[in-house]
Design a protein around this ligand. Structure first.
Ligand SMILES: C[S@@+](CC[C@H](N)C(=O)[O-])C[C@H]1O[C@@H](n2cnc3c(N)ncnc32)[C@H](O)[C@@H]1O
Length: 470
């Protein structure tokens, strides 16, 4: 059995005791464009060609004849370890310089397609030589490398810290001795589901176990919690020296704290991180960037592009634990944060109070519900800078519409972890000519600058910071 990380989530590393990931189809990545057509065709994945695994495998196995082998009997190309590395960290064979080049070109291609589409919407003839050229009308900065590349040898995957590997390995020991089956495929039963490990720069470690209770009684469930707690306090797992162990009983694939509470089995309830001179509190349900040094580079970039001053109201939409707004609070008149996850908002309020920040206000709930009303109450001529940092699903169209129709917002910083699908639609709706049918009435934004920031070395993921003004 191997301990695998199945995907690269934004806020933590999850481990699954399953080889399922290795058999999944190669995922297509959006870096190869064909002809620019409609935006949905352009950006929704249908025009992608190839994937990193394929490209790298081709590069390294030229001249080798392909052999057919049954998929379940053993590795076809290279060792299992290499295949796993190809799936989880497809760029691992490239030098870091080469990785940055690949990522920069990928971001540039996406921006070129986006720009020509926006030009087309605005009536520019995209067949002319200038618009067909590779030049962009806005400033695309060189990619900012990850601040701190940590290449720890842990299960041979370069993006997993040693501590995470250690906790995952002890969890595996625990699972092997448990009479209850692990839950490998959600709908196929089993109890022990995911392990999420979070570490901070001081080495404090929070582990969160999600567990499917199946038919267990409350008493039996209590018994299991005691057993796993004992394993990590006094049993072999004590070697991990966990700062906290959380347990979430979960009958859905994903549950918020409200749906099913994170129960602290032992230790400290929070983990703290030092970033941009702030001490930040992080709860188990709150998002936090996985690469703190890289995140600092990202937030500095956002701060520079936001260009706030003491008269500015800074809107931090999808603010998580509030780091972006709070790191700029002293340069603004007020910070207004909106965030869906209640624990993250509580963290943001705690962080503001602990760091002596008194000009911030955080709202819990969906941005699409809160923002329109919040903007109405601020229509007194004061300039507003908006920063949006949505999850991969992008912003709800009501958020885009509220921003677009608020005259006080002349400057917008959009942090995208994946300029794709809905996020591309967001950008188009921010920049297209006024469209009464869609209630997009305000002046269009113009993309001025784009800065790719690499938070995820060895993987194809890259953050992109976009500055729009009007
Ligand atoms: C990529 S994270 C960014 C968080 C924060 N800016 C940071 O850097 O830590 C996206 C955040 O958006 C929140 N979110 C998702 N959907 C939302 C919605 N409809 N309204 C408000 N926040 C939402 C998530 O809970 C998550 O905290």
């Amino acid at each position: 059995m191997a301990v695998l990380k199945r995907r690269v989530p934004m806020h933590s590393l999850r481990y699954f005791l399953s080889l399922v990931g290795l058999f999944s189809k190669p995922r297509l990545l959006p870096w190869y464009a064909r002809n620019p057509l409609g935006w949905s065709k352009l950006f929704l994945g249908t025009v992608c060609k190839g994937d990193f695994t394929h490209v790298i495998a081709t590069k390294y196995q030229k001249g080798q004849k392909s052999r057919k082998k049954p998929r379940h009997l053993g590795p076809v190309d290279g060792s299992w370890q290499e295949r796993l590395a190809d799936v989880v960290t497809p760029l691992w064979r490239l030098s870091y310089e080469e990785q940055l080049k690949v990522k920069f070109e990928a971001q540039k291609k996406i921006l070129q397609r986006l720009e020509s589409y926006i030009q087309m919407l605005n009536g520019v003839d995209v067949t002319t030589a200038v618009s067909k050229s590779e030049r962009l009308s806005f400033l695309l900065h060189p990619i900012i490398p990850s601040g701190n590349i940590v290449c720890v040898q842990s299960n041979h995957l370069k993006n997993i810290p040693e501590k995470h590997t250690q906790v995952a390995q002890y969890y595996e020991v625990f699972l092997r001795q448990s009479p209850l089956e692990p839950c490998l495929v959600f709908h196929e039963g089993g109890y022990w589901r995911e392990l999420i490990v979070r570490t901070n720069s001081q080495g404090h470690t929070m582990a969160i176990i999600t567990f499917h209770p199946q038919e267990l009684s409350q008493e039996e469930l209590h018994g299991q919690k005691e057993i796993v707690k004992e394993f990590f306090i006094r049993g072999p797992g004590a070697a991990c020296d966990l700062t906290s162990l959380y347990f979430q009983e979960s009958t859905m694939t994903r549950c918020s704290h409200q749906q099913s509470p994170f129960e602290l089995l032992f230790g400290e309830p929070y983990i703290f991180e030092e970033l941009l001179s702030l001490k930040i509190r992080v709860s188990p349900d709150a998002f936090f960037q996985i690469n703190t040094a890289g995140a600092e580079m990202l937030y500095r970039t956002v701060g520079e592009l936001a260009g706030v001053n003491s008269d500015t109201i800074l809107l931090d939409i999808c603010c998580g634990t509030g780091v972006i707004g709070l790191s700029l609070a002293q340069h603004t008149s007020q910070v207004l944060g909106i965030e869906l996850v209640e624990q993250a908002v509580e963290d943001a309020r705690w962080t503001a109070a602990f760091n002596g920040i008194t000009n911030s206000e955080f709202h819990t709930g969906r941005a699409e519900k809160i923002l329109p009303g919040l903007l109405k109450s601020k229509e007194d001529g004061q300039s507003i800078v908006a920063v949006v940092n949505p999850a991969r699903a992008g912003l709800h169209y009501k958020v885009v519409r509220a921003i677009r129709n608020c005259r006080a917002i002349r400057r917008l910083v959009f942090v995208s972890c994946k300029l794709h699908g809905e996020t591309t639609r967001n950008v188009i709706e921010l920049c297209c000519p006024p469209n009464p049918a869609k209630k997009l009435l305000g002046e269009p934004f113009v993309l001025q600058q784009a800065v790719p920031v690499d938070l995820f070395p060895h993987t194809p993921h890259c953050e992109l910071v976009l500055l729009f003004t009007r």
